[in-house]
Design a protein around this ligand. Structure first.
Ligand code: DND
Ligand code: ATP
Ligand code: GLN
Length: 556
């Protein structure tokens, strides 16, 4: 029986479905860990196939390939090097499980099945997996490891069962996506499990973007006295070494790996950068293209894109109409200049004139209205999509959460695009982030340090410039009011009574509520974007499009 263990934490960035790529990451981390004399390398949940694999695991063909990859990795552990604790979808007696597999001595030494399958928010695991029984510890070279798979840690029962059945050390592989304040929540839960069981705990999370989810990594290790043994970086891959010694009271860990976590806005910005970088990289786009209006949404979107991809992979296009002000032209040019990215100017006036002529007889006897405004937006969308088709860059759409909530965006116009980093970011947060990025140069970003968003873009009144002297606030409440009401409705499900009690006017709340519910049809056609809040639009919030709810809203 050993009294010393070296355990490596492999915080890797797998790509869902790319089994060869993921196996290569697993091998590289093992090789790195081997040089530090590791006995065991721990990988994230479902690390062989990436998390979440969704319906990929319904294909027997895919599960066959997963099994081949696992068996190949297992065979390699016959070399006497570190054992691996990897995650994979795994079939047992005709059922499909979310499993952690211990690969050691050339074989699959143990299989641990996830007990608590999450089925809320963005998770849908009951759809594709069977829940495993309450587990007992895994015997690893004479040490009893208590393996909990992600959600298994969120309630006391699995850790309690493992402790009662002799576990000496809790090991938790995770696929835990980022959302605001989630890191604190995970730490609280981990501390609770440590206190309840009296056992140290290794929390190992995946890193990387996968469609709307961003996995922040930020893995950590706690000793049984709750002290922090290791804290890995957020939003970056890392192999960290922890050294463990068995004493009279159990195992105690030590490590040099203690990276300070980002502040709240830094974490949010980091999620946007990694989400976009991985969406573009994993889908193999050469870069992104976006409409740069001289407004704050396109400016911060461009900054995130440059930070994620580098200035040479970001192409901005200013598309003036007769309503575009000189300030907007200047601000767009200055922002692109500060970011160091290409900006072209393509006037949409010829398109507006062409549509006016094409529709002249159909629109005879009608007055100009929002139709003509939307044609401007659609002319821009069409132009960006043409450039995307011709040169391959993906269109980045720029609508923020406030706009997506109330439908303040044009279908097939400014909603055109493949991905949107602001989709889950309220406008008031867009302002905070812009100030933050001007004052901070986060580690790992590819854009320049210093001011990247001109001050006037942050201070001027937001406008769509679709008609003379137009301002967002002609149509919408002031953004601080709108965002507070929206947060109450979307994230907190508060009643009209509770929202009014916060000091809002009942008619304004009703109006915002109506706009929110009515815009569901638009959101269903919106591009995906990074999940930031506890309730992003998409799988976190599934409302019917066709619904009688509106008739119940007044007075609700
Ligand atoms: N339930 C439903 N299911 C499916 N489709 C539905 C629908 N209800 C309407 N529709 C369709 O949607 C159309 C209305 O939506 P849409 O065409 O988007 O047009 P709409 O929502 O009327 O106008 C766009 C809004 O976005 C604002 N905005 C703000 C900032 C920037 C920009 C910009 O474009 O740059 C725009 C603009 O001021 C305006 O309030 C209807 O004509 C109808 O075809
Ligand atoms: N003149 C323009 N040139 C290029 N793109 C534009 C122009 N006007 C609008 N867009 C695109 O349409 C999006 C929505 O624009 P709009 O200005 O109408 O609203 P916004 O939400 O205030 O955005 P922004 O703060 O970026 O201006 C912009 O973010 C931009 O991508
Ligand atoms: N993969 C999972 O089981 C994730 C669920 C978990 N509650 C989390 O977000 O951390």
């Amino acid at each position: 029986m050993t009294d010393q263990l070296t355990i490596a934490l492999a915080q890797i960035n797998p790509t869902v479905g790319s089994l060869d790529h993921n196996a290569a990451l697993i091998r590289a981390a093992r090789a790195e860990a081997a040089t530090a004399g590791a006995d065991l390398v721990v990988y994230p949940e479902l690390s062989i196939c990436g998390y979440p694999p969704e319906d990929l695991v319904l294909k027997p063909f895919f599960l066959d390939k997963v099994e081949d990859a696992v068996r190949a990795l297992a065979a390699e552990t016959a070399d006497g090097g570190p054992a691996l604790l990897v995650g994979a979808p795994w079939r047992v007696d005709g059922h499909r499980y979310n499993a952690a597999l211990l690969l050691d001595g050339g074989a699959i030494a143990a299989v641990r099945l996830k007990h608590d399958l999450p089925n809320y928010g963005p998770f849908d695991e009951k759809r594709v997996f069977t829940a495993g029984p309450l587990p007992g510890p895994v015997n690893f070279r004479g040490v009893r490891l208590g393996v909990l798979i992600c959600e298994d840690m969120w309630k006391p029962d699995v850790a309690e069962t493992l402790a009662e059945t002799g576990a000496e050390l809790l090991v938790v592989p995770n696929g835990s996506p980022f959302e605001i304040d989630k890191a604190d929540r995970r730490l609280e839960l981990a501390v609770s499990r440590v206190v309840e069981t009296g056992l140290p705990l290794i929390y190992l999370n995946q890193v990387g973007g996968q469609d709307e989810l961003v996995f922040d990594g930020a893995s950590f290790v706690l000793n049984r006295d709750r002290s922090l043994v290791a804290q890995l970086p957020a939003f970056a891959s890392r192999v960290a070494i922890t050294r463990w010694v068995r004493g009279a009271d159990g195992w105690t860990g030590a490590s040099d790996e203690k990276v300070a976590p980002p502040d709240a806005l830094g974490a949010l910005y980091g999620a946007m950068v990694l989400g976009l970088r991985d969406y573009v990289g994993k889908n193999r786009f050469p870069g992104v293209i976006l409409g740069m209006s001289g407004g704050i949404d396109s400016a911060i979107s461009a900054a995130v894109a440059v930070d994620a991809l580098g200035a040479d992979r970001v192409h901005c296009v200013m598309m003036p109409s007769p309503y575009t002000s000189q300030d907007s032209l200047d601000d767009a040019a200055e922002c692109a200049g500060l970011l160091g990215c290409r900006i072209d100017t393509i006037s949409i006036r010829p398109a507006m004139d062409a549509f006016a002529e094409m529709l002249a007889s159909s629109f005879a006897d009608t007055k100009p209205d929002i139709t003509e405004e939307n044609l401007q937006s659609r002319s821009r969308g069409l132009t960006l999509m043409a450039l995307s088709n011709k040169f391959g860059s993906m269109v980045l759409s720029t609508g923020n959460k406030s706009e997506m909530s109330v439908g303040y965006a044009t279908l097939y116009g400014d909603m055109c695009g493949g991905y949107n980093v602001l989709k889950d970011v309220y406008k008031t947060t867009v302002y905070k982030l812009s100030h933050w990025r001007n004052q901070n140069h986060p580690e790992g970003v590819m854009g320049p340090a210093g001011r990247v968003i001109p001050e006037r873009i942050i201070t001027k009144a937001p406008t769509a410039e679709l008609k003379p002297d137009q301002k967002d606030q002609d149509t919408l409440p002031e953004y601080p009011v709108l965002d507070d009401i929206l947060e109450c409705l979307v994230e907190r499900d508060l009643s009209l009574h509770d929202i009014v009690a916060r000091g809002h006017d009942a008619e304004t709340v009703n109006r915002v509520w109506r706009m929110l519910d009515r815009a569901e049809y638009k959101r269903r056609q919106a591009p995906p974007g990074v999940k930031i809040t506890s309730r992003s639009f998409g799988r976190d919030r599934r409302y019917p499009i066709t619904s009688g709810l509106l008739s119940l809203v007044r007075g609700a």
